[in-house]
Design a protein around this ligand. Structure first.
Ligand code: BGC
Length: 712
């Protein structure tokens, strides 16, 4: 209780709340007296712009009440409220809590993510929120980034696909999506001060693709700039990123919003292409902007462009033309809970399962299950920070198992069980991991589990052959010390409010796991290419940073940037190319059944310029349980003028098959699947030659390969 109260105060003080989104500012004036219902969103925006005074335009590009775009009641424009993010709606009371984004990415299921986002959109509309500040797509460059749980793993293609499904799920249902944090914000260690220095090829191939796909394919309406400097220039002031690449090259038509308190000046972000300063007009306000206009340093045309972008985006989802809170939308309910449960169920990854340690089949045998570990009684729903909504309900793994096992066995919970107690049980389940205080925004987190959890795992492994470890974390942790000693490991991530229930259902076999890792578990810290110039002992810099001087330019400049020395060789691109064995590979995930992937066929042996190739394979469920498999397609460029990774994910499909059933999976490769960024030409290129297609169910478990040529 005390903890929950602390959490609510902490959330409110640190992350703020939308003030009163359900209250309308409008009286009798309707926006359609200034626009025509049949106008396009851009035409409506233009008509409104024509009515605004210069002062109103300036006020419009600075946030209001921490979470809103200002209302203009005389023109029938209500405030447009925003909320965080990605796994539910924070700051407007309670919310259905979906699994954290990395878990949703682990589902490799586009439809599931789309459906989850659609449910979140409905809750937004019910609560009077028009803009959800999600999804987050920063690449998991270092395993300890405090916000990796809020992002979609280490692969740009997977993150792009998942982000596009999420965005369309929101925007098709009336909510502006904000993809974030643009760009190269891959650590939360001193995030305002620590810059990211990286070359063009690395930026284009690894850190920008999810944003590019969101703009070009999903037509995302808003992009949030990040806190960090990129190559020495703050993201909110980075004209190359915001204007040259995002707006001019990719044709982004929506608005760029600053991250909260990530502006450090008025003129620079204004001219760089930032459209909306949040949470308030600290810099882009009347005093500063009027002065800059008088001096001719900024233009009204640019101001108009910003206002138009914001107006057009909210018109595009119908937000100005419906009541602020939609009385027909459900704010919660069984259907929403079911959607969150289904998402969580597909996001759990079975990392290891020797000797069929799982599932714990109670129909075969009465069992005594001893439950222990730091997260058994307080199973975590999500990481900490702005992305953490307040759940309606929370069920621990201990309670969920107790309820489910009922009369068919016995569940014993002990926080410090003796070796004898563990030995006496039929199985030991250890739920271990971090909490919203130790893994979350504002700081990075340790690479290892706590000493207490590790000691307990080793003790259990020494006394109980059926020891099952459940990881309740947002990303990779060191497992090498103990993974060889236990038969089963389940990566549950942060499963949202279905937490204990969904994990228990996996352990008891009610759910057949089908999640696949969206990142690599390295064996050793030094196996990751990206940690060579990472901070020493990041765990020493924890919550104290919250009170640090956000946005202090002088201090920021004193810090050394992260230099992305590893270039494009991040995650499995590095492990595979350098021939380092991971603990658990990218794309890995077991099932309670087995699948066979065979019969790889290409529609042709040659891809022409602007052409495509269809790849098909047969998947057969060879076990006796129904289940889903993810067929993954990797491409290798046999010979290239620039070094390329050993393989790169370029297509995937998830398929559900009943026991004994077979299915055909078809995937399409295009030129885009073969390209790399050539810095000397400042553009993408595909070189003629031979390419290998590898198809399997993980980056390290390839079933079949085939070769084709391009442009020859
Ligand atoms: C986070 C953003 C979030 C914003 C508003 C910032 O601290 O970095 O992701 O959307 O707060 O709460």
């Amino acid at each position: 209780m005390l903890k929950e109260t602390f959490f609510k105060i902490y959330q409110k003080l640190i992350f703020g709340e939308a003030k009163s989104p359900r209250e309308s500012f409008l009286q009798d004036v309707r926006v359609d007296s200034f626009t025509d219902r049949n106008d396009t969103p851009a035409e409506k925006a233009r008509k409104i712009l024509g009515q605004l005074t210069l002062e109103e335009k300036i006020d419009f590009i600075g946030g209001y009440e921490w979470f809103a775009v200002r209302a203009v009641p005389r023109l029938g424009l209500d405030a447009m409220w925003m909320a965080d993010a990605s796994s539910g709606i924070r700051g407007v009371g309670e919310s259905t809590v979906f699994p954290c984004l990395v878990s949703m990415a682990a589902s490799w299921n586009r439809d599931l993510i789309h459906r989850s986002a659609a449910v979140m959109a409905e809750e937004c509309r019910a609560k009077g929120i028009s803009n959800l500040l999600a999804p987050g797509v920063n690449i998991a460059r270092v395993p300890t980034c405090g916000r990796n749980f809020e992002y979609m793993g280490e692969d740009p293609y997977l993150a792009s696909e998942m982000a596009c499904s999420y965005i369309t799920g929101l925007q098709e249902n009336g909510i502006v999506a904000t993809i974030k944090h643009f760009a190269a914000n891959n650590s939360d260690y001193d995030r305002n001060k620590t810059g990211s220095d990286l070359d063009d090829r690395t930026l284009r191939e690894i850190y920008l693709p999810a944003f590019e796909a969101a703009v070009k394919k999903a037509k995302v309406l808003s992009v949030m700039s990040s806190y960090n400097p990129v190559n020495g220039v703050s993201a909110s002031e980075n004209r190359r990123l915001l204007t040259d690449i995002l707006k001019n090259e990719w044709g982004f038509g929506g608005f760029v919003v600053s991250d909260w308190l990530s502006c450090y000046d008025a003129e620079k972000p204004f001219n760089a292409g930032l459209d909306l300063e949040m949470p308030n007009a600290k810099y882009m306000n009347r005093k500063n902007l009027m002065r800059l206009m008088d001096k001719g340093r900024i233009t009204v045309a640019d101001l108009d462009d910003k206002v138009l972008r914001i107006l057009t985006s909210f018109f595009a989802v119908g937000a100005y033309e419906r009541p602020i809170a939609d009385a027909n939308a459900a704010e919660n309910g069984p259907a929403h809970q079911k959607a969150a449960y289904d998402a969580a169920a597909e996001g759990i990854v079975l990392l290891k399962n020797d000797n069929k340690a799982l599932p714990l089949d109670l129909s075969q045998q009465q069992m005594t299950i001893l439950v222990t570990g730091s997260r058994a009684k307080d199973t975590e729903t999500g990481g900490g920070g702005s992305s953490r909504p307040v759940a309606y309900r929370k069920v621990s793994l201990k309670d969920a198992l107790t309820e489910r096992v009922g009369q068919s066995g016995k569940v014993i919970y002990k926080s410090s069980p003796s070796a004898a107690q563990m030995k006496k049980a039929d199985a030991v389940v250890l739920c271990v991991g971090f909490s919203y205080c130790t893994e979350g925004e504002f700081h990075d987190r340790p690479w290892k589990l706590s000493a207490k959890d590790r000691k307990l795992i080793l003790k259990a492994a020494a006394s109980q052959a059926r020891t099952i470890v459940v990881l309740n974390t947002g990303g990779a942790v060191e497992t090498e010390e103990w993974s060889g000693k236990v038969p089963a490991i389940v990566d549950a991530f942060y499963p949202g409010d279905p937490s204990g229930n969904v994990i228990a259902d996996v352990l008891l076999g009610k759910i057949n796991p089908s999640g696949k890792l969206p990142f690599t578990f390295g064996k050793k810290w030094d196996d990751y290419s990206s940690v060579s110039n990472y901070v020493d002992k990041p765990e020493k810099f924890g919550l104290l940073r919250i009170t640090g001087p956000a946005g202090n330019r002088t201090l920021r400049r004193l810090k050394k940037p992260f230099v992305y020395e590893e270039g494009i060789f991040v995650g499995y691109r590095h492990f595979d190319t350098a021939g380092i064995d991971p603990a658990f590979a990218f794309g890995h995930g077991l099932s309670y059944t087995n699948f066979e992937i065979s019969g790889l066929k290409l529609s042709g042996g040659k891809m022409k310029k602007d052409g495509s190739i269809e790849v098909s394979v047969t998947v057969r469920n060879t076990g006796n349980v129904d289940g889903s498999e993810v067929v993954q397609l990797y491409i290798s460029d046999t010979e290239s003028s620039l070094p390329r990774p050993a393989k790169e994910l370029k297509a995937f499909e998830k398929v559900f098959l009943k026991a004994g059933e077979s299915g055909t999976v078809k995937m399409i490769l295009t030129e885009e699947s073969l390209r790399f960024y050539n810095p000397s030409k400042q553009g993408w290129c595909v070189e003629p030659g031979e390419f290998t297609v590898s198809v399997g169910n993980s980056s390290r478990n390839i079933a079949e390969t085939a070769v084709f040529t391009y442009g020859m």
